[in-house]
Ligand binder design. Structure first.
Ligand code: HPA
Length: 271
């Protein structure tokens, strides 16, 4: 049933596109501008795709965009789904299952995040080396369908070291500075308390956000190579000296967007 539903969505997207994307990118808050770099693009609103979930967050459009970037045919999700919107972990990963049936092999996940590591500052870009799933939600809970992946998938390399190396090479070529770190998942939609951030820091988090981890798990499960990047839009609660605002998060992400887009374009040409 789940498989048939996913297949219906994938068949619809297939009927609208002429080439098949091997790489998909999920665009986080304020980072949707990457689609402006795409050529020969087909924009498919989520609302047009049978059985596809619908996103509700300001700053997140809801389009599945397929087109060329860096000479490669890719799929971009302009707008993702979050646990705090009320989706189950499996449902918010629904697009990943669709991508699997479209033939996607590489997944790039991007997000806006709060800086927990005190060496970071707003505007920094962090390559995600690993994650901590503080929430314990998992998209794979429930019946397993072997056509998608195994019951007990390995998670020893959630972010592909091969893609990390390629991204580092691309950043060096473009003269882009970046950090490395561990991304921690918080449920949201409220920001964290200062005590939570102190606890997360002790436990090894460098950045905190409300997305990305479920998609990373689902991507790995389905055999995709995953690469993750966080735009540090603000310092996390207790480290920041001002109160958080979503507008500020989107503003800083928009500011970093051009740099990030150039970087992703370069990376995509090498994948
Ligand atoms: N916390 C959680 N999610 C976020 C933050 C934050 O400080 N900034 C951007 N997304």
């Amino acid at each position: 049933m789940f498989y048939e539903r996913v297949k219906k969505s994938a068949d619809y997207i297939n009927s609208r596109i002429s080439d098949f994307p091997e790489t998909a990118i999920i665009l986080g808050s304020g980072l949707g501008g990457l689609v402006d770099f795409m050529e020969e693009k087909t924009v498919i609103p989520y609302a047009d795709i049978p059985d596809f979930p619908q996103s509700t967050v300001a700053g997140h459009a809801g389009n599945f965009v397929v087109g060329k970037i860096g000479g490669k045919f890719i799929a971009a999700m302009q707008g993702r789904f979050h646990y705090y919107e009320g989706f189950s972990a499996r449902e918010l990963c629904y697009p990943l299952y669709v991508m699997k049936l479209l033939g996607v092999k590489n997944l790039i996940v991007t997000n806006a995040a709060g800086g927990v590591n005190r060496d970071f500052k707003p505007g920094d870009i962090m390559i995600i080396d690993n994650y901590i799933n503080f929430l314990k939600i998992n998209p794979l809970i429930g019946d397993n369908d072997d056509r998608f992946g195994p019951r007990f998938p390995d998670m020893s390399e959630p972010y592909s070291s091969e893609l990390v190396k390629k991204a580092e090479k691309a950043a060096e070529k473009l003269g882009i500075d970046y950090k490395h770190g561990v991304y921690a998942l918080f449920n949201g939609p409220c920001y964290e308390s200062a005590a939570e951030i102190r606890a997360f820091a002790v436990l090894g988090a460098d950045a905190v956000g409300m997305s990305t981890v479920p998609e990373t798990i689902a991507g790995n499960y389905m055999g995709m190579k995953v690469f993750g990047i966080s735009c540090i839009t603000n310092m996390a609660t207790g480290i920041a000296t001002v109160k958080h605002s979503h507008e500020e998060v989107v503003r800083v992400a928009n500011e970093a967007s051009e740099k990030l887009c150039n970087w992703m374009k370069e990376l995509l040409s090498d994948i």
